[in-house]
Write a protein of this length. Sequence first.
Length: 255
Amino acid sequence: MKASKRRAAILQLMQSRTNVTVDHLIHQFGVSEETIRRDLRQLDDSGYVKRVYGGAVKIEKTTRYLSYQERLNSNYNEKMAIGQECLQLLEEGDSVFIDGKTTCLVFARNIPSSLNLTIVTNSIILAHELISRKSHATIHILGGELDENGMMNGPKVDQELRKYRFDKAVFSCIGVNAKGCYFGKMEAQQNAHTLKEISSNLLLLADSAKINRHAFLFGLPLEDFTYLITDEGAPAGFSEKVKKTSCRLIKSSIQ
């Protein structure tokens, strides 16, 4: 197993428990003690766990990121199920903005190549994913400064974004609770506010691991979203709160 997948699996394991031990992880993954300690150092440096004597404990709330690949692997089945549900909301001829976060990339992988869409994205990885599948969609990439995650950043992104009007805008976040969604970077926060102004429908994709978590920057209240698409692991209490808003909640079933 690659290191990125193993670290994502460790995070998945820690969703149902408050701590893990090095000995348990060695037995679970069949690797050396040094390998596990290196994994835990990486997860600690990324802000997802706190190393303690003999293992690590879970950090419930964080604004820090794992690498793009590790985030992509984390909760992949949930992201795939969410993407398949989101696909049902697309219509032939739609103009769609798709954010470059990992949940949105998995969603893009579900889009049939035969569907005629106009897609705008801030991610060269997502654009390449669509092009490599010989998609019939017309694809536009926003300009800006390219970061290590293949995403465009800087003031030019918002300037170009305001030139468009979308039937649907699809994006994700770091966390979401009964108040709304949260981001770790100001540019993502600004993009969300701009998309609210220029889009007929806002579609928020968030797997259940993001529910009842918050980050440094508040994005948009739940009432601003047309749909919130999550998985069947979403807490019942949260689901009931969403149903009291104008936002329509969709829970995907993991195959």
